[in-house]
Design a protein around this ligand. Structure first.
Ligand SMILES: [Zn+2]
Length: 86
């Protein structure tokens, strides 16, 4: 833990700025650095303009579906060329 903190402290600032602009974390469990797919599927299934994002685990629980279902949906949306996944 101590090592991780030290490493974070040494991180250069530009990365932090980048993170603040682009990084989403899970509204439920706080998982950081949600993937584009996780952000995209949340937008697609919840609301395009949602302020809250979910990781696969929490989104599956929230919607009462399997994670596999979400992964299949992501694949389908991508194949449709959905812009939320670009
Ligand atoms: Zn989560």
């Amino acid at each position: 833990m101590e090592k991780i903190c030290r490493r974070l402290a040494l991180d250069p600032t530009p990365k932090k700025v980048f993170n603040r602009m682009n990084e989403k974390s899970c509204y439920i469990c706080g998982k950081k650095k949600l993937s584009k797919d996780e952000v995209g599927i949340t937008r697609k299934l919840i609301d395009k303009n949602t302020k809250y994002f979910y990781c696969y685990n929490c989104l599956a629980e929230y919607l009462e579906v399997d994670i596999d279902f979400l992964l299949i949906k992501v694949k389908e949306f991508k194949e449709e060329g959905c812009t939320l996944f670009k």
